[in-house]
Design a binder for this molecule. Structure first.
Ligand SMILES: [Zn+2]
Length: 170
């Protein structure tokens, strides 16, 4: 069984995740579970906060358009360079059926560790660059609703709140 994805407004989504100091058995198990959960949910990415953990880890599926997923894990990720700007619709597994337009960098370079404790440099663009920025946001307690700026998106959030999560303050 894979883990349950934490939905807004669970407070863990607002917490800042802590850097991983040692890649223990527990961390490796968490990575396995996160990967399985992301693939089952058909997500492009998943951050540890979304399964109730506060380790600085996310997974992304680097082949989101293919039948076979290619998950990559990033431990203690840091965006060290970014350029360009693209406005696109974006969703989040913790906000089922909510889509808002978010302005993100088009190209990012990330430094991280992989599960073998090796330093990796990951350069990506388009959808995956968007996913990386989205997941780094999660690790800092930042959510898609924090990026809402247009009246249309404010309305979408209101409707989502009313129809999908009644009683939830956004
Ligand atoms: Zn998300």
């Amino acid at each position: 069984m894979s883990q349950k994805i934490v939905l807004y407004p669970d407070p863990v989504l607002r917490k800042k995740a802590t850097p991983v100091s040692r890649i223990s058995r527990e961390i490796l198990d968490l990575i396995d579970e996160m990967t399985r959960t992301m693939v089952e949910a058909d997500g492009v990415g998943l951050a540890a906060n979304q399964v109730g953990s506060l380790h600085r880890i996310f997974v992304i599926n680097t082949t989101p358009h293919d039948a076979t997923p290619t998950p990559v894990v990033m431990i203690n990720p840091e965006i060290i360079d970014q350029e360009g700007s693209v406005i696109e619709q974006e969703g989040c597994l913790s906000f089922p059926n909510l889509y808002v337009t978010i302005d993100r960098a088009d190209r990012v370079t990330v430094h991280a560790k992989n599960a073998f404790n090796e330093a990796i440099v990951y350069e990506t663009t388009g959808l995956l660059a968007r996913a990386v920025q989205h997941e780094v946001d999660h690790l800092n307690g930042v959510l898609i609703i924090d990026h809402v700026s247009t009246d249309e998106d404010k309305e979408a959030v209101e409707q989502w709140q009313k129809n999908v999560r009644p009683g939830v303050e956004v």
